[in-house]
Design a protein around this ligand. Structure first.
Ligand SMILES: Cc1cc2nc3c(=O)[nH]c(=O)nc-3n(C[C@H](O)[C@H](O)[C@H](O)COP(=O)(O)OP(=O)(O)OC[C@H]3O[C@@H](n4cnc5c(N)ncnc54)[C@H](O)[C@@H]3O)c2cc1C
Ligand SMILES: NC(=O)c1ccc[n+]([C@@H]2O[C@H](COP(=O)([O-])OP(=O)(O)OC[C@H]3O[C@@H](n4cnc5c(N)ncnc54)[C@H](OP(=O)(O)O)[C@@H]3O)[C@@H](O)[C@H]2O)c1
Length: 446
């Protein structure tokens, strides 16, 4: 029987499992599937962990999410076509849920069947090589510290790419008397109450970690961008300056001459695509971008069509894009989609990469990833979902952020699956200190 290995049970791995589950429900004969997950439960980054560094088995902790993290995009833009928010929660809920609520939603879709039986938890894939037309996968049972090897016909890599931090060094760091950390290890802004915080970076982590520190009472927050400022209208106590030149004792000196006393430096400098468990010839090598090369349709490894990578793009679209990718990979594996010639594959990849390289602003990037996702959507039986509405929502959301970075999470959007309109949350985000699911969902009746 054909055997498929899925590496990782985060949102992408769960999309892959779900795609096969639905094919089986339609009466199709599906391959044997083994999903390897190095943590003790599913959900990937959404499965919050207080741990940082390494776990009790000495394995690096993949989690990068923090307490009090709320969705940074409208939930409607990531809604599953086959499992709406209304179906899961039994009523419309506000558009920007905290982590626990989204986790509940992700898990709700896969909890009903027997998918958990297909996952080997606490099991870390350590090596993957291709020989004699099979993949030989080595994996470590972390609890019993045993390494085993098994052969597979297909591999789906869904190990994520926001787990291994990129950590640059600046002069003066060695003698800085405060704390230096990466956003990967950030768990809670409470500890920075009354502190002078420096945040380095200009993308989503920099934006949100800086806002968290401000929300939970930091004395000051100074953001140092490298290339382009985020340029939002920051609230009192926050400023954005040009790039860190270096540290002198407690003093941070920036390229534009700004000097700021600092208690803590938080490096929001992004992540590395890191696949220590795959042989060199099969390994995706890229930075965080919208169209990593060597992946046909953003999914199929150009040099070996039995290897798939899910979710390796920089992401506006998330869960439903992962689904479209997973459905596509499933149909290639099940022989429903045939691969074209090498020339067509290479022309198609080059076309998308060339288009990506010309993108100049967030609206164009949203258009690019929407077009990509729509194209994939049309190639499988992934259920109907209104990607045009999602495109519109993303652009509106971007404009809300420019209008006011403190209030964009208080807005409401409509569902691309059911059409229902989200209620406005009962408490504005900057005043909502309790982000438990219960408090979030207890929307007082109007
Ligand atoms: C701080 C932060 C906040 C985010 N917030 C949002 C948000 O608000 N909205 C949104 O849509 N997206 C958000 N994202 C984007 C995020 O990438 C996706 O939501 C999603 O988690 C990606 O799913 P994934 O399955 O690709 O990766 P992950 O969620 O990282 O899951 C990968 C899984 O693979 C496992 N794994 C890794 N290596 C191995 C191995 N060798 N063997 C076995 N298992 C392995 C890991 O343990 C993990 O469970 C956020 C990302 C970060 C870092
Ligand atoms: N739900 C939420 O609220 C939330 C919160 C945090 C993160 N996230 C998600 O997490 C994912 C990762 O986001 P991310 O911001 O961590 O990574 P990212 O989007 O890849 O951005 C990396 C940032 O690091 C900067 N950088 C890299 N090297 C640097 C250096 N040497 N000095 C200074 N800056 C440097 C880059 O600056 P340049 O642009 O100058 O290269 C860029 O701004 C995204 O999908 C995001 O949506 C979500």
């Amino acid at each position: 029987m054909t055997k498929v290995a899925i590496i990782g049970a985060g949102p992408c791995g769960l999309s892959a499992l779900r795609s096969f589950e639905l094919a089986e429900k339609k009466g199709e004969k599906i391959p044997e599937i083994v999903c390897f997950e190095k943590q003790d439960d599913w959900g990937g980054l959404w499965n919050y962990s207080w741990r940082t560094g390494s776990d009790q088995y000495g394995d690096p902790v993949p989690n990068s999410m923090y307490r009090y993290l709320w969705s940074n995009g409208p939930k409607e833009c990531l809604e599953f076509a086959d499992y709406s928010f209304d179906e899961h929660f039994g009523k419309p809920i506000p558009s920007f849920p905290p982590r626990e609520v989204l986790y509940d939603y992700i898990i709700g879709r896969v909890n009903k069947g027997n998918l958990k039986d297909k996952i080997k938890f606490n099991t870390r894939v350590t090596n993957t090589v291709f020989k004699d037309n099979k993949f030989e996968v080595s994996y470590q049972d972390k609890i019993n510290n045993k390494t085993l090897t098994e052969n597979f016909d297909f591999i789906i890599v869904s190990s994520g790419h926001f787990s291994v931090p990129f950590i640059p060094e600046y002069s003066g760091m060695k003698s800085f008397p405060g704390r230096i950390m990466h956003s990967h290890d950030f768990r809670d802004a409470e500890e920075f109450r009354n502190k002078d915080v420096i945040v380095l970076g200009s993308s989503y982590s920099a934006e949100d970690v800086a806002l968290q520190c401000n929300k939970y009472g930091a004395k000051s927050v100074t953001i140092g961008y490298r290339h382009n400022p985020m340029g939002f209208k920051w609230p009192k106590g926050m400023k954005e300056v040009h790039y860190l030149d270096g540290l002198e004792g407690k003093k941070a000196i920036f390229k534009d001459g700004t000097e700021q006393s600092a208690d803590v430096i938080i490096l929001c400098t992004g992540y590395l695509h890191h696949f220590p468990f795959i042989n060199e010839s099969l390994k995706l090598k890229t930075h965080n971008r919208l169209y990593p090369p060597k992946l046909y349709k953003g999914v199929v490894w150009q040099d070996n069509h039995k290897l798939f990578y899910l979710g390796m793009q920089d992401q506006f679209h998330t869960f439903n894009m992962f689904d479209c990718q997973a459905w596509y990979a499933r149909d290639v594996i099940m022989g429903k989609i045939k691969m074209p010639s090498d020339k067509e594959i290479s022309d198609d990849i080059n076309k998308w990469v060339a288009m990506e390289e010309k993108l100049e602003n967030p609206d164009q990037m949203i258009d690019f990833q929407t077009e990509y996702t729509k194209e994939l959507h049309e190639m499988s039986d992934y259920p109907k979902i209104d990607f045009e509405l999602i495109r519109k929502h993303f652009k509106e959301w971007e404009h809300h952020k420019v209008e006011d970075i403190m209030t964009y999470r208080n807005k409401s959007f409509s569902s691309p699956v059911t059409g229902s309109v989200a209620p406005i949350h009962h408490t504005p985000w900057d005043k909502a200190m309790d982000d438990s699911m219960k408090t979030f969902l207890d929307q007082p009746a109007k």
